[in-house]
Design a protein around this ligand. Sequence first.
Ligand SMILES: Cc1cc2nc3c(=O)[nH]c(=O)nc-3n(C[C@H](O)[C@H](O)[C@H](O)COP(=O)(O)O)c2cc1C
Length: 344
Amino acid sequence: MLNVGWPLTRRVIFSMDAEVAHERTLGLLSTAPRLFGALANLTMGPPPASLAREAFGVKLAGPVGLAAGLDKNGVAIPFWPSLGFGFVEVGTVTAHAQVGNPKPRMFRLPEDHAILNRMGFNNGGSEDLAHRLRQLRESGHWPACPVGVNIGKSKITPLDEAADDYRTSARRVAELADYLTVNVSSPNTPGLRELQDREPLKAILNAVLEEAGDTPVLVKLAPDLTHEAIAEVVDLAVELGLAGLIATNTTLSREGLTHDPEQAGGLSGRPLWPLARNRIQAALDASAGRLPVVGVGGIHTADQVADLLSAGCVAVQLYSSLIFEGPALPYRIHKELGALPVRN
Ligand SMILES: Cc1cc2nc3c(=O)[nH]c(=O)nc-3n(C[C@H](O)[C@H](O)[C@H](O)COP(=O)(O)O)c2cc1C
């Protein structure tokens, strides 16, 4: 239903400011996520059962998941699986609710199938999300596929108090989430990416692990890290017993753009693919099978997914291509994937 007439729907959506379109769509979905899910299920639906898999301590319905940032506050959780996603990541949420950066802060680059954003973790806070997750659990409407929660640092918290900020969010959501992702890689919170250095990262991961209990903890990295820095994080993650690593977040690079809008922020979508692919490989090489790797960045075809799974990724995520290709993309990719050779 929702994918029928996508070219027309896309034209209407693209005639609006990117963030206004995003807010309106999410606002609508949040009013009746299960009803919209039921409508989507008329033409889409869950991945073929043959694609289900165990990865980083959870049972994925399929290898293609929704990346963090689209549903930051988890307002439409029951809807996403009906687009065919095998797992869903909500957030980033922070310990303190915050408004994010001044608008405009989200830009579509249609010629390049790319998005530039400097949202700055606008979100209702981890307490608010925990409340919503608890309601969903208690009402019996938790989706059939895993829901992860991505946590970040509040802007008002100084960098040297970051570990406690992450700890607060982890404490609130750990027992409700199927997995946790520690986000130290968004380019839009001043200094955040310095937290990828070994010592601050160790303190943050230890704090989160102490609160996580049995909930798997992953860490999400920036594509702007060197191979050496990625290898250091992989070693640390293995040492601390993390469940996995997500590579990558958006990039500060403008490589591959036909038109640079000269706006600050992180770039995602198709131009990110070569860099993300390279850094995903660096993570896989450094891990050498010790740590599950989730690949993300510029994914829009089943061939890319097959390539990443063959290379050793346990799963992938996407965000930007959903905006350009339409809501049926994850369903389509999973369907096509069933027919492709995947070495793993
Ligand atoms: C508008 C926007 C907001 C995002 N917000 C977050 C976020 O809050 N937390 C996070 O970890 N990643 C965030 N991301 C990054 C995505 O999760 C993903 O890592 C990145 O966009 C690369 O994947 P893609 O090329 O498929 O979009 C955001 C991306 C976009 C486009």
